[in-house]
Design a protein around this ligand. Sequence first.
Ligand SMILES: Cc1cc2nc3c(=O)[nH]c(=O)nc-3n(C[C@H](O)[C@H](O)[C@H](O)COP(=O)(O)OP(=O)(O)OC[C@H]3O[C@@H](n4cnc5c(N)ncnc54)[C@H](O)[C@@H]3O)c2cc1C
Length: 417
Amino acid sequence: MSGQRMSKQIPDRVVVVGSSVGGTRAAQGLRAAGFTGQVVIVGAEKVAPYDKPPLSKQLLSGEWSVEDIALASVEELGGAGIELRLGVAAGGVDVANRTLTLVDGTTLGYDALVIATGVRPRTLSAPRTVALHTVRELADVSALRGALDSGHGLVVVGGGFIGAEIASTAAGLGVPVSIVEALPAPFSRVLGDEVGGLLAQLHAENGVEVVSGTGVVALRCGPTGLTEVELGDGRVLSAGAVAVGIGCVPNTDWLAGSGIPLADGVATDQFSRVREVPGVYAIGDVANWHDVRTGTSRRVEHWTHAFQQAQLVAHNIVHPDDLQAQTRAPYFWSDQHGVKIQMVGRRGREDAVDVMWRDTSDGQRPVALYSDRGRFTGGVTFGAPQLSARLRRAWEDGLALTDACALVAGLPAPARA
Ligand SMILES: Cc1cc2nc3c(=O)[nH]c(=O)nc-3n(C[C@H](O)[C@H](O)[C@H](O)COP(=O)(O)OP(=O)(O)OC[C@H]3O[C@@H](n4cnc5c(N)ncnc54)[C@H](O)[C@@H]3O)c2cc1C
């Protein structure tokens, strides 16, 4: 046994459940942090680890191939001494005996367990003649692409970011698209009504019909075989494909009854340690993580958060005497109609919002700054990645709204009419 692992606190065998960005980067992070024990990744999906954000963007459009979205090859992981158990889900865990049971009946002992099982999309109930599409895994993309290629249009139910990206990609393929959002303004849950409206405008400018303030009351197969989507306001939309983007649920069913605390995901402390269950950690979309900066716990479904937590959990497993918590600014991006939309920080319900217009590489685009009594709380940029990076630093430095405004002013001013 190495000197490192002779320390009582450092495990000999780490089992990671989930083979996407959280799980894969955690396993690689353990090696990068100098961990010399055994590392095993258990993944329900058969294929080698791949990245999810391109699924609704470059993979759906056909611009990229499956090879382009690999997170790591089987050979690369094998070369790093990371063992893969792919195509078999974890079915249960015995935390007292530190044993994981896979659905094929095999068991795996662990000293430390990292749960990175992510989320799965919610869907709607529909008659068996109606196919509803969601996008979370590789196979979902080919199924949706096939339906889009039928040329009979797409209805996206739900104005969240993944649905909006599907709409944008389909529109780019020349497919007639409608987005249906029950809230008064699409995207308003995260961005607020005003900025959500700006995003809706971007869709409208690119030929996407945005129907908001009304929900879906019925789905049926119409007389021509197309799906009919009946709305609360009486309208009926017909399309060859219906995609649903109404949020996700954490993949925690397999943990029921295990003693691992579940509360909209796996409840962890700020260091990704599962509360009151020694040796178990949870990261990424599935983790209901405690944010010490706000004193609240929440799940975050963004790539950068999963990636950062993967690195931190690896560090925390290898260096239990130097625990580190997430302190970077909340951040996500989305690509829609050729525009990179980036959000830094978070919008509080009562936050004020100021919208400015600036010339950017994508033409004249808005920048929105959120604030709470003069404190800069978040910013959304459209096609301004450098400004987004500066706002990210401003957020981490705790700058005031006036400072954030000064950063925005550093961009070229709009041309006078
Ligand atoms: C289409 C799409 C587009 C996105 N675009 C963006 C974007 O533009 N920007 C952004 O910030 N974020 C984006 N995201 C979100 C981002 O991809 C996620 O935040 C990130 O993938 C979370 O990683 P994760 O490893 O925590 O979970 P996931 O990526 O959900 O992976 C979890 C893995 O665990 C596996 N699993 C589940 N249960 C079990 C089990 N019992 N046993 C074994 N394995 C199991 C699953 O099969 C899956 O492979 C997008 C997501 C999707 C789906």
